[in-house]
Write a protein that binds this ligand. Structure first.
Ligand SMILES: Nc1ncnc2c1ncn2[C@@H]1O[C@H](COP(=O)(O)OP(=O)(O)OP(=O)(O)O)[C@@H](O)[C@H]1O
Length: 258
């Protein structure tokens, strides 16, 4: 059993404080959802967990099984089992997608980056078929001309292939067609059942048809304003953020920060 904890995390980007003391956690087998209005800091949180050096940690910590990882390089975090899929993944057209998958699997297996690993590629092709991802993507550069939906499926494919301890996905359901949402949603459930801890952000309740969140955090202006279960997602979809916060304030249930 593993636990990833974000503790009183304050982060600045471009000289501006964006995260103002975030606390949350995800453990093996959990599906934890982060929601929040545009600009509330969800992507900043995920970039910081990934170790993007543009995001300056001012205070607080990120703990993996109680040990701080905030000084580790992104590849060291990955080697420890933290996989982060971004909202707008970066294309690296000069690297073949098949090569990337093989290299990532080799890193996880402690092999040399360039070692041939045909089992991994065979497994990747099987997963691609389940996700509805065209097989020709393997011979294309990473993200080269990928559609939005192909990008998202390609990221989930990497997670399913590598089965990391933690899978962190920024809006995995955005830009997907109905079949894509089902494929990605079911893949997330599968990842959690096979023991990964999943942390994802979304703007929509539609993912609930395919995933059952363990916990839901709502971020507002760089803080976790509230924590709940899937009913939070449903109420936000019905009332919008402002309407939902108003309803909670009327019942005295909204805290300004947690
Ligand atoms: N590199 C940057 N330079 C300056 N400001 C930034 C940078 N990255 C993020 N921000 C600002 O940080 C705030 C939080 O952005 P972030 O992308 O984390 O929000 P979000 O909750 O993921 O939003 P969305 O739901 O729209 O994706 C925004 O005001 C954004 O403009």
């Amino acid at each position: 059993m593993h636990k990833l904890e974000v503790v009183n995390l304050r982060v600045a980007v471009g000289g501006r404080e964006i995260l103002k003391g975030v606390n949350l956690s995800v453990s093996s087998g959990e599906v934890v959802v982060v929601m929040g209005p545009n600009g509330s800091g969800k992507s900043t949180l995920f970039q910081t967990i990934a170790g993007n050096p543009k995001y300056e940690v001012l205070d607080g910590d990120i703990l993996l099984d109680g040990q701080s990882i905030k000084e580790l390089a992104p590849e060291e975090r990955f080697a420890k089992g933290i996989f982060v899929g971004f909202q707008s993944p970066v294309a690296v057209p000069e690297v073949r997608f098949a090569f990337l998958l093989q290299a990532m699997a080799n890193v996880r297996m402690g092999k040399k980056l360039t070692d041939p690993n045909p089992q991994v590629l065979a497994q990747a092709q099987k997963i691609a078929a389940e996700l509805g991802l065209r097989p020709d993507v393997f011979n294309r550069g990473v993200g080269a001309g990928f559609s939005g939906g192909e990008f998202k499926r390609a990221e989930v494919l990497q997670a399913l292939l590598l089965k990391p301890a933690f899978v962190i996905l920024d809006e995995p359901d955005s830009g997907l067609d109905i079949d894509g949402i089902a494929a990605v949603g079911n893949a997330i459930t599968k990842l959690a059942s096979s023991g990964s801890g999943v942390l994802l952000s979304t703007h929509y309740a539609r993912v609930l048809r395919f995933i059952k969140p363990t916990r839901v955090y709502v971020m507002v202006d760089g803080r976790v304003a509230l924590e709940g279960d899937e009913t939070v997602i449903k109420r936000i979809e019905e009332l919008g953020y402002q309407g939902y916060f108003k309803e909670l304030q009327n019942f005295g249930e909204l805290t300004s920060s947690k």
